[in-house]
Design a protein around this ligand. Structure first.
Ligand code: NAD
Length: 275
């Protein structure tokens, strides 16, 4: 636990007389699900968690992504890189067994979403039954399944974090079925927080502003979303994945020990603007 009451003015100034400040995630182990490449929000989160002293394990979706994830993980001194397709219960079970060999977990990052390209374009009303199922399964149910797989591994005081977007609450053109999936994800965060609270495990989400990533490229006119968000946000710019990482480090650390079931905006303030 980082004890802020004990911080002296010299500590805060970083005086040479004070000992090195304790890192937020020192002695903590985390599993990161959702790195695809160096543009991934999960990679921004991983870098900040590493800077803050965490030991990390990673997953990758398939062999072609493994080629990208492995060197990234190794650059943070992690050799724990496991395959996992979150739509497959057997993969989640195998992941739990692999992580168990490593030890207990202090945090889990869920940064996974998928919808068919044709469902991220045009009218929401045209979403097919199968397209709806796929989006909700991979983008929302997977958080429930991942939390259940990790539950026996979580230390008390542990933290689970998911990534969501404003399209869960308001209609965002072309976000379509993913907005519905994010609404389900946010509700799942609250229900999971209620379940896991008994074990002193917290569950929260970050609602990030638009960031150009592999997944984002699947959304039609994504560049317009970026431009609009930068123009309207109080900070007059788009958020960066390292900024999401910094807020994630707070939610994954003991600094947020009293916070659970929350959706925390990291969007340069975009969400609060009306006309
Ligand atoms: P990304 O493409 O880098 O990451 C998405 C990840 O989901 C990839 O690593 C991909 O391999 C993984 N994935 C997809 N299907 C999977 C499956 N079946 N099993 C396991 N993994 C699977 O894109 P990102 O933008 O960094 O997305 C990370 C999270 O952030 C997502 O939940 C996304 O919705 C959310 N988010 C993104 C933005 C944005 O503008 N980029 C904004 C808010 C929230």
């Amino acid at each position: 636990m980082v004890d802020l009451r004990a911080a002296q003015p010299e500590d805060l100034k970083g005086s040479h007389r004070s000992r090195a400040p304790m890192k937020l995630l020192e002695n903590k182990r985390g599993l990161v699900v959702g790195v695809a490449n160096s543009h991934s929000i999960a990679w921004g989160i991983s870098q900040v968690c590493h800077q803050q002293g965490a030991d990390l394990a990673f997953t990758y979706l398939n062999e072609s992504l493994e080629k990208r994830v492995r060197p990234l993980a190794e650059s943070l001194n992690s050799t724990l890189i496991f395959p996992c397709d979150v739509s497959q219960d057997a993969h989640l079970e195998q992941l739990r067994e692999n992580v168990e060999k490593w030890g207990k977990l202090d945090f889990v990052v869920h940064a996974v979403a998928f919808a068919q390209r044709e469902d991220l374009d045009g009218r929401f009303i045209d979403t097919s039954r199968e397209g709806f199922r796929i989006a909700l399964d991979i983008s929302a149910y997977s958080l429930v399944a991942l939390a259940r797989a990790c539950e026996p591994l979580m230390n008390p005081g542990g933290s689970i974090l998911a990534l969501t977007y404003y399209g869960a609450e308001k209609v965002v053109r072309n976000y379509n079925v993913m907005g519905v999936a994010k609404a389900a994800l946010e509700a799942s965060v609250r229900y999971l927080a209620a379940d896991l609270g008994q074990k002193q495990v917290r569950v929260n989400a970050i609602s990030a502003g638009p960031i150009k990533t592999l997944s984002a490229k699947g959304i039609r006119d994504f560049n317009d979303m970026l431009k609009h968000a930068a123009e309207k946000a109080p900070l007059q710019r788009n958020v960066e994945s390292m900024e999401v990482g910094k807020s994630a480090a707070y939610l994954l650390s003991d600094l947020s020990s009293g916070v659970t079931g929350e959706v925390h905006y990291v969007d340069c303030g975009y969400n609060l603007m009306g006309m």
